[in-house]
Write a protein that binds this ligand. Structure first.
Ligand SMILES: *[C@@H]1O[C@H](CO)[C@@H](O)[C@H](O)[C@H]1NC(C)=O
Length: 239
């Protein structure tokens, strides 16, 4: 009888602890055009892999720790003969749901690791795979938190050799030098495969100048990673 009571108390406490480990992500589309967020889970699970946000709309998903993964916004999406496709950030699934597939560059990425047991969440905005739209991460509550934003419209100033264009010629993305030139010095591969042998380049510095808080290349300095404890997050497209 005593053992059973202990087990019940234990299960209740476990429920309380695990229940306090859920994080609410609210996605807000401030862009004057629709955005289709994509979700790619590395560790753990999420209730969605992709959905639509019309201009000015918000939508929330709840994710339980431990979790790591990334979010991005797809733009200029449409359905042709039954297959869903986006001009930027497409995941190749043919559907609004990405079903475990990631973004095809160029895409601005929000990368996040949710801690368990009151630890620190880690997050960043990455332009390592290029840029397609402005985005920000704002902690809601929590402690010792920093907001991160890449509000610049990089498409409007993208060097022509990195420009990613729609069929009508409009610049709708800005490719990373690694993705465009596949050169080890831009990709930090081969003999450039460590922080000390892969310094910034003129192209990574172009991205860094536009969005100083975002990762501009693989070994960007540690100012690009941010932490927070016990928070929910607001992710805004076109902050
Ligand atoms: C970066 O340097 C390369 C040559 O190393 C040059 O061709 C290119 O125009 C430069 N780009 C920018 C954005 O400064």
């Amino acid at each position: 009888m005593e053992a059973r009571r202990l087990i019940i108390i234990f299960l209740f406490l476990s429920f309380l602890v695990s229940g306090s480990q859920s994080t609410t992500f609210t996605f807000k589309n401030n862009c004057p055009y629709p955005v289709w967020p994509g979700v790619l889970t590395g560790q753990g699970s999420a209730p969605s892999t992709g959905f639509e946000l019309v201009s000015r709309a918000s939508s929330s998903i709840v994710i339980s720790a431990p979790w790591s993964g990334r979010f991005w916004g797809r733009t200029f999406c449409s359905t042709n003969s039954g297959s869903f496709k986006c001009l930027t950030g497409d995941c190749g699934s043919g559907q609004v749901a990405c079903n475990g597939a990631g973004a095809i560059p160029p895409a601005s990425l929000v990368e996040l690791t949710l801690a368990t047991n009151g630890g620190k969440d880690f997050y960043d905005i990455s332009l390592v795979d290029g840029y397609n739209l402005p985005v920000s991460i704002a902690p809601q509550g929590g402690s010792d938190c920093s907001a991160v934003s890449c509000p610049a419209n990089i498409n409007s100033v993208c060097p022509s050799e990195l420009s990613f264009t729609a069929p009508d010629g409009q610049v709708i993305g800005c490719r990373s030098a690694c993705d465009k030139f596949k050169d080890p010095k831009y990709c930090c591969t081969g003999s450039y495969g460590s922080p000390s042998t892969c310094p910034p380049t003129n192209y990574s510095m172009f991205f860094k100048n536009q969005c100083p808080q975002a990762y501009s290349y693989a070994y960007d300095d540690k100012t690009s990673t941010f932490t927070c404890t016990g928070s929910n997050y607001l992710i805004t497209f076109c902050p």
